[in-house]
Design a protein around this ligand. Sequence first.
Ligand SMILES: Nc1ncnc2c1ncn2[C@@H]1O[C@H](COP(=O)(O)OP(=O)(O)OP(=O)(O)O)[C@@H](O)[C@H]1O
Length: 460
Amino acid sequence: MPSWTILPALILPSGPQASCLFIFQIYSVSNDDVSASCLEILVPHVLADGVVNNKRETYRFRFQQTFTQDAKQEEIFDRIAKPVADSVLSGYNATVFAYGQTGSGKTYTITGGAERYCDRGIIPRTLSYIFEQFQEDSSKVYTIHISYLELYNECGYDLLDPRHEASKLEDLPKVTIMEDPDQNIHLKNLSLQQANNTEEALNWLFLGDTNRMIAETPMNQASTRSHCIFTIHISRKEPGSATVRRSKLHLVDLAGSERVAKSGVGGQLLTEAKYINLSLHYLEQVIIALAEKNRSHIPYRNSMITSVLRDSLGGNCMTTMIATLSLDKRNIDESISTCRFAQRVALIKNEAILNEDIDPQLVITGLRKEIQALKDELSLITGEQRTEDLTPAETGALEDKVNVFVEDRNPESSLDVGADMRKIHFCFALLKVTLPLVSLIEARTGDIIKHEEQTALPAG
Ligand SMILES: Nc1ncnc2c1ncn2[C@@H]1O[C@H](COP(=O)(O)OP(=O)(O)OP(=O)(O)O)[C@@H](O)[C@H]1O
């Protein structure tokens, strides 16, 4: 049964920062265990702290997989996203989310780099993979819809509305959350766009990313301050079957996780940072609550990101977290806090369940077919072709039969219309109207006779 996995990817920006890393020997990775790998972060000794000090120098974390900066996008896809895509194709909900500080490679991992084709990230590779799988499996009918949501300062925006030419985020349609009595979340104004092949799906991704870039606020040059959720909705059914399996895959690029105190910002940036910190804090709270056994209340409602991911963080899904680290000396505190968060996520065990439901339209089609088959069978037995309604000639004949039956004073008389439910129903309906009329006439006739008898009696 699929369960939570935690797959921190160490993706480090190339250039001076990376070389810096090796000079200070900040981390080491050991992959001795087949099912897990160990990341050790070494805190460099700072002379200003004195030659002798009690500061901790090593931090060890165990993860399912660890990737260093040499890892290729293809490898990340094969080892992280492909198993998740397979489970979504089987009918389970799933989420892959990238968490880490600004500039650590979340967008690069989830969407990819724009420069080379081989730099494409998890979203485009997953789309291509899913459509390839559809082509290989001609026994089922698959339908794909795509949505792309940006959450900025606790407000949702639809990145896929083709009618809008956004020049700022507020130009995009605002998405709001609605909850039904069964506590299911519905996103009002979030468009679901159908894609029939990889090219169409990639075009939607392109439109969303373009809107995401154009709609950046002047203060928000690199989309670092919003969460983006790209969702692939899949429905599949076997031809002729009324059972539909629906599943969705959320690919989430979270906002940078750095702490407000460290970022040293003010004004609008501070407001954004507070929102980001708060929403990531609530995400963490939900994750901690999910990890606790016997916990009845999970605080999903505290923020928009946890509300949106509600059905994909809880019991009914397979979730993979990618923790991205930028292991520069200056970022050690952030890296350690990212690893701690990732370990908490790893504590959660989920039992994923299949999302199957019955399509009412298909049920109706099936029932219509069954009715037709039964009608054909009946006409074979009776030798007469039945229309849905009785013909005027048939209703006329039935009216005559009912009249004869009602007027017949013989208690043994019967009304025989044959084994035809249409005729039986028609006669009952007719009797319902005729019988009270007959009783009324009889009662009146009785009154008249009585009256005549009384008037005929000799006076006195
Ligand atoms: N593994 C990698 N190989 C090459 N370049 C990378 C890698 N990871 C990240 N980069 C580059 O580093 C820069 C920052 O990466 P990216 O934008 O993905 O970070 P981020 O974590 O999404 O940041 P933010 O929180 O600001 O959105 C980008 O120019 C990206 O192309």
